[in-house]
Design a binder for this molecule. Structure first.
Ligand code: NDP
Length: 309
């Protein structure tokens, strides 16, 4: 029987995603109708993205999964009408993009490239340490954090990670808990935050924890804006305790023109471009989850609604 897949990710994404989704359904051998409107009771799967007008999932009584096109789920995970399984996006294209963003910005700070790009006068030879001498803290060791940590390790950085559960058996030293975070931050010259926004991670890097970092440390945040206390970050930059912050994500997006981050010499703002879901590879992930839903196999990348990620 034909399965009905409602594309509720918004009109703007439809022209890009529709051909890739249809091709991926064919490739997976799915008999699926991709539609933008349907009787809620007749919908089998919902393809979703933040900003979608669909906010009430109650009438979608037959829906077997809501398939989010983005990795972050903070704008849907707390929706009280959502009783259907929710899957987030783990897309090879998105992961590759994040690895490129993180390695690029870490190398920029590690090599002190700004000095030369801005045209340092004279002939002051400041030779950076080797990557193996630079401790990088990766906060978050999920799909993206681990991939970035491994790429930095391949460049010889002394990468160590931190996550909620405390992972064992990784090829990267992994810490957990408050004591693990403090021990790591006290040694980390570069911190990368790749955590989801949840009640537990909000303001994780507040004034107290920022103060654990060595003088002049740098933060690269492509995770979520709310992970860092904005005021504490600005104060640490102003005092010189922190050397720089490269921020891709913000509490309010687009970042208002008059926000202090916009004009602060110690802040680099990138407009949430660290990594984008790529329609061609993401469509295959959606198709695979529908195939699994139809055969009764466990869905991929299922979100734990109580944990929030
Ligand atoms: P995952 O769910 O795969 O990984 C999340 C990681 O965060 C896990 O290691 C998890 O720990 C850890 N974590 C969660 N809560 C806590 C906590 N309270 N304390 C410590 N660690 C915690 O997510 P992804 O790696 O796929 O994505 C991470 C985030 O990156 C997304 O949620 C999104 O916010 C952001 N993102 C940003 C993009 C951009 O363009 N800027 C693009 C895509 C994603 P554990 O392993 O123990 O479960």
């Amino acid at each position: 029987m034909t399965v009905t897949v409602l594309f509720a990710a918004g009109e703007a994404l439809w022209p890009e995603y529709a051909p890739h989704l249809r091709a991926a359904f064919d490739e997976a051998g799915l008999d699926a109708a991709l539609v933008t409107e349907a009787e809620p009771g007749a919908v089998d799967y919902i393809v979703y993205a933040p900003g979608s007008p669909l906010q009430d999932f109650t009438p979608y009584t037959r829906c077997r999964a809501v398939l989010n096109l983005w990795a972050g789920v903070e704008r849907i995970v707390g929706n009280p009408t959502l009783t259907q399984p929710l899957c987030r996006m783990v897309d090879p294209g998105l992961t590759e993009g994040m690895v490129e963003y993180v390695t690029g910005h870490v190398l920029r700070h590690h090599l002190g490239m700004d000095r030369y790009i801005k045209g340092a006068p004279g002939w002051q030879q400041i030779v950076p340490p080797l990557a193996r001498e630079r401790v990088v803290a990766m906060l978050g060791l999920g799909e993206l954090g681990l991939a970035c940590a491994r790429a930095l390790k391949a460049l010889s950085f002394a990468v160590e990670g931190w996550s909620r559960s405390g992972k064992t058996g990784l090829d990267i030293p992994a810490h957990h808990g408050e004591a693990g975070l403090e021990a790591l931050l006290r040694r980390a010259e570069i911190v990368v935050t790749l955590l989801p926004r949840t009640a537990e991670t909000e303001n994780l890097l507040d004034a107290r924890r920022l103060a654990w970092l060595p003088q002049g440390a740098v933060i690269v945040n492509p995770g979520r804006g709310a992970l860092i206390d904005d005021d504490a970050l600005l104060a640490a930059l102003d005092s010189g305790a922190l050397g720089h912050a490269t921020l891709d994500v913000f509490r309010i997006e687009p970042l208002p023109e008059d926000h202090p981050f916009r004009h602060h010499p110690g802040v680099t703002v990138t407009p949430h471009i660290a990594a984008d879901t790529r329609a061609s590879s993401a469509a295959r992930v959606v198709a695979e989850n529908i195939r699994r839903g139809e055969t009764g196999e466990p869905l991929l990348h299922r979100v734990d609604l109580t944990r929030g990620y």
